[in-house]
Design a protein around this ligand. Structure first.
Ligand code: PLP
Length: 402
């Protein structure tokens, strides 16, 4: 795949910029920006409400966006895709709506030590509120979920296993189907945080055997403020609503109300139509490249970047081998705090992330307070890799003078 830098106006407008923080958020291709602008310029109205043609067009475009995004994530029944603000809201939706109705004192909720706070804190708080216990599956020293220990933790009191498809901090790709099977074997739900899965790997929700899968549009070339929860119809129909208001009701009586059909039952209020259309355009864009091709491109850059950094004395890379990671390179340079490293790289136009990556439980387990993280995407280039390596070498040089 030739690098797609020219498709991304921000990168074109910042020629010297080496954007290596795509695990935090991706840049947006022109096709996404155009689709959103087109919607506002031609078809904008409040959907589902107006009796006029313009509102019907907005409704249709919102519906079509849902169908397109569902197709991208391999979800045949697009009514089982609930739009949310992103992964965080999708996971809070399940933990609150399902957990509030189903978790009892003494139940067990299993998460892993690899999780982003978005897939950790909602479950921790649910456990606290319900008198359930939160069990945290250990990670191996190379940053994988310890599957044997996970299986050993599951039992008749386990109600849910919440785990990530791909770790944002290390890039570890987890065996989703195997974990889902183990959860189901004890009658627990399998809930997956796909924030780092959908942008980088081909995903088929229907084939993964999960109960629910959460994702964020902004990490996969789409706009901020839109994402989704894909779930089985059985789960969505069994859950009470998460929020109440317009659109999500069927009949509102003085004393009680009934709920609209899926997916509207979980989408209270005016929906985020333009961002849904932007995300659908992002899916179209990524499918145009081919997700297998996206993966190949990232893996090639990751391998080169890792080799280049490991050639610098004092660099440690965290996580499993490159083939078992998404395009994430989490590393430290001996004697240089990751924040200082990020500042020096920034002076050379290289954007990386430094810190705990919203994964404090994982950092404790790895016994590192922070790492530096470079992450690659469709628009990343060999020049970005070279700039990263040169920047790290420069940081080493600067700090060796102290
Ligand atoms: N889960 C993972 C693995 C992530 O990487 C992120 C974002 O960094 C999230 C959840 C939260 O996503 P958002 O902030 O888009 O809701």
């Amino acid at each position: 795949m030739s690098a797609r830098r020219e498709d991304f106006p921000l990168l074109v407008n910042n020629p010297g910029l080496h954007y290596l923080d795509s695990a935090a958020t991706s840049q947006k291709p022109r096709a996404v920006l155009d689709a959103m602008r087109d919607y506002y310029e031609r078809d904008n109205a409040n959907p589902h409400r107006g009796a006029y043609d313009l509102s019907a067009r907005a409704t249709e475009r919102y519906h079509d966006a849902r169908v397109r995004i569902a197709k991208f994530i391999g979800l045949q029944d697009s009514d089982c895709l609930v739009f949310t603000r992103g992964t965080t809201e999708a996971l809070n939706l399940v933990a609150t709506a399902w957990g509030g109705a189903n978790v009892q004192p003494g139940d067990e909720i299993v998460v892993t030590g690899l999780e982003h706070h978005a897939n950790f804190v909602p479950w921790q708080q649910l456990a606290r509120a319900k008198g359930a216990s939160l069990r945290i599956c250990p990670v191996t020293t190379d940053g994988r979920i310890d599957l044997e220990q996970l299986k050993g933790m599951l039992g008749e009191r386990t109600r849910v296993v919440a785990f990530s498809h791909v770790s944002n901090a290390l890039g570890t790709i987890n065996p989703v189907t195997e974990i889902a099977r183990a959860a189901h074997a004890v009658g627990a739900l399998a809930i997956c945080d796909g924030a780092q899965g959908t942008p980088h790997l081909p995903v088929s929700f229907d084939a993964l055997g999960l109960d629910a899968y959460a994702f964020s549009g902004h990490k996969m070339c789409g706009p901020m403020g839109i994402g989704g929860l894909a779930a089985t119809r059985a789960l969505l129909e069994s859950m009470p609503p998460y929020q109440f208001g317009g659109d999500m009701i069927e009949i509102v009586g003085d004393e009680r109300s009934t709920w609209n059909a899926l997916p509207h039952k979980f989408e209270a209020g005016t929906p985020n139509v333009a961002d849904a259309i932007g995300l659908a355009a992002a899916c179209e864009y990524l499918d145009g490249i081919g997700m297998a091709q996206v993966r190949t491109h990232e893996l090639a850059l990751l391998g080169r970047a890792q080799d280049a950094l490991l050639a610098i004395d004092g660099v440690t890379v965290y996580g499993p081998g490159v083939n078992d990671r998404s395009g994430v390179l989490s590393f430290t340079l001996e004697g240089v705090h990751p924040h200082d490293l990020a500042t020096i790289l920034d002076q050379q136009g290289v954007c990386i992330r430094a810190g705990h990556h919203c994964a404090q439980p994982l950092m404790r387990r790895l016994a590192v307070p922070a790492t530096a993280r470079a992450s690659f995407y469709v628009y990343s280039t060999e020049e970005d890799v070279a700039a990263l390596a040169a920047g790290v070498a420069r940081a080493k040089e600067i700090f060796s003078n102290f």
